[in-house]
Ligand binder design. Sequence first.
Ligand SMILES: Cc1cc2nc3c(=O)[nH]c(=O)nc-3n(C[C@H](O)[C@H](O)[C@H](O)COP(=O)(O)OP(=O)(O)OC[C@H]3O[C@@H](n4cnc5c(N)ncnc54)[C@H](O)[C@@H]3O)c2cc1C
Length: 409
Amino acid sequence: MTADALSGSDEADLVIIGGGYTGLSTALHLAEAGHRPIVLEARHIGFGATGRNGGQVIPGLKHDPEELLAHFGPDHGRQLIDLAGGAADLVFDLVDRHQIACAPVRAGWIQAAHSKQALIKVVNRAQQWQERGVAIELLSRSEIAARVGTTLYHGGWRDPRAGAINPLAYARGLARAASAAGATVFENSPVTSLKRRAAAWEVSTPGGVLTARQVLVATNGYSSDLVPGLKQSVLPVQSMLIATEILAPEVRDRILPGGVVLSETRKLAFYMRQSVDGRIVFGGRGSVGALEHAGLMSALRAGMVRTFPDLADTRIENSWSGHLALTMDGLPHLHAPASGLFVALGYNGRGIAMSTSFGAMVAKWMTGETEPVYPVSSIRPIGWHRLREPVMNIGVRWYWLKDRLGFAS
Ligand SMILES: Cc1cc2nc3c(=O)[nH]c(=O)nc-3n(C[C@H](O)[C@H](O)[C@H](O)COP(=O)(O)OP(=O)(O)OC[C@H]3O[C@@H](n4cnc5c(N)ncnc54)[C@H](O)[C@@H]3O)c2cc1C
């Protein structure tokens, strides 16, 4: 889908800045409820993390159910467990309902333990979901080797709620569904200023101005200075992916067959899946700064070959990277910094399902239908944000060492 850029001036009830899953899911749910939201995307739909991710649709937050209960209390914690636990269902429901051609496969997610210590932690995590009715599977070392095609892992668990999609196709499908339901999407429309004028927000792009009653900022790891302190409240980090050539059928049958997706327990984890056309899509950490480094791409390839020695001579046909947004508490953030202004971001690399769920929740919040079950916080800029590159590089070395020593994260 290609859309025009905003031109001229107009009035709008609801404006969404950012054409990733957060913005698009919000637009779709608003439009389905009879509203006429306008999405302004700086580049093109899915330009950010949304169009560049690993396609692993994993429910849940990075925090385990018991941690959510301890952090948010029994009532709120339970609501958040439901929200997070049901997030993948929403993605696959939307794909079904809107017939989004994004190669959906729902074969589950394996979290593979890189050490004995990490295995104890993931078994505990799996049991917490099992107690809540999820039909998880615990996998021994040999079972994981048989399912995945590597003997590298000590065991793990499989969450059947998870699956895979083609990330950009899913985003484009959401945009199409939102437009069909009554939303308007503008591409190549970077918002350059956001100003309060009397009871409305003036949203300006190089080609036009919208006067809006309510605005959602959904710019995640690509946030700029539109909202004071927002950019400084998250740590944008790069994640990188490589995709192999199409594998021979016998290799496809051995390595990650059937579309199951996998990620490791390492803090600096690799994540991987086989695409429906038979490539291994293998991801991992990129640089802390904005630039891709050839060295990190080679390290990613080396990691893939260490995991699957059979791929030693396999050609890499594609590689890319994108920015995700980390938060200091490891949780996504919802903010309402001023009247009529809303912000949702910070999925910590686990955002396909959660940002889609957040979109549904934010749509109801913006229209006053229901307050979000997720806590709304104030924007907290990170004190050392200006020094983030050197600080995070030290952090990366520290986590690398902990991973090597087998610590569970
Ligand atoms: C390489 C990589 C791999 C990942 N793998 C997975 C995975 O396998 N599973 C998973 O669950 N999650 C994964 N994630 C995370 C997931 O992709 C994100 O959490 C999710 O896409 C966030 O969506 P979003 O809409 O909030 O942000 P984004 O998709 O980043 O969208 C923000 C948008 O805002 C736009 N924007 C910024 N400023 C402006 C402005 N001033 N005006 C207009 N538009 C603006 C940007 O152009 C961008 O399109 C991965 C992320 C990356 C980078």
